[in-house]
Design a protein around this ligand. Structure first.
Ligand SMILES: C[C@@H](N)C(=O)N[C@H](C)C(=O)O
Ligand SMILES: [Zn+2]
Length: 225
């Protein structure tokens, strides 16, 4: 007769049901492999951009680089369009909804910006506090940054710390002591709504916000059409 210890071992080997049958895993391995191939073929950086007007029609647009009213003193966009990656546009729509509840809204000055335009800007202002180095690419070039301001429910621009693209220390978010009381209050309304929806502020420009996850998108150089 076998020793009791030996019997216990045999019973453990033959009676305990197998929870995962290795053969069952084989087809799943191929399913996951196929999924990975599909995802690799369409990276998130290839995600198309959407017109903000289609996602958030209530947001006002004053696309300055499509006019001569900008620091380049010439129109560098053939069309006044605000194009963004879909999740960025949706995030901005949520900011607009938040502000609408308080009697305010957004007005965008710039969204997606072709890399060629970034190079033109850099040639004029080679200062990374105010213009991103095209060698690295701006988050605007990825369709993942916005320049914007606050308007009231009638679409009237509200007093803010400085004019758009005022490339001076006064435009910095740490310069609040130099802003008017009204500008401080309006800025706070805009900033609170933007960060509540996850946008990331650029310290040197009160009007510029990046979308989280911007690094997942490729730099693009397709003209605005
Ligand atoms: C040029 C200005 N509006 C701006 O967007 N600056 C930041 C730093 C950028 O170029 O990304
Ligand atoms: Zn910007």
């Amino acid at each position: 007769m076998a020793a009791p210890g030996f019997l216990e071992t045999r019973s453990a080997r033959y009676d305990v049901p197998r929870v995962v049958e290795p053969r069952i895993l084989v087809p799943w391995f191929f399913v996951l492999l196929a999924l990975a191939v599909v995802l690799a073929a369409k990276p998130v950086s290839a995600e198309a951009m959407v017109d903000l007007g289609a996602v958030a029609p209530g947001v006002r647009r004053d696309m300055r680089y499509a006019t001569v009213d900008n620091f380049l003193k010439k129109a560098v966009y053939p069309e006044a369009r605000c194009l963004l990656r879909p999740p960025v546009a949706e995030r901005l729509a949520r900011v607009q909804n938040r502000l609408a509840g308080a009697g305010f809204g957004l007005q965008v000055w710039d969204c997606y910006r072709p890399l060629t335009v970034q190079k033109q800007m850099w040639a004029l202002v080679p200062d990374e506090r105010y213009v991103a180095d095209p060698a690295k690419g701006s988050r605007h070039n990825r369709g993942a940054a916005v320049d914007l301001t606050l308007v009231d429910s009638q679409g009237q621009e509200q007093e803010m710390p400085t004019a758009f693209d005022d490339f001076s220390p006064r435009a910095g978010r740490d310069a609040q002591a130099h802003w008017s009381e009204k500008a401080r209050r309006n800025y706070a309304v805009l900033h609170k709504a933007m960060v509540a929806e996850g946008f990331l502020p650029l310290p040197s420009e009160w009007w510029h916000y990046d979308a989280p996850g911007w690094e997942r998108y490729a730099v693009v150089d397709v003209p605005l059409r």
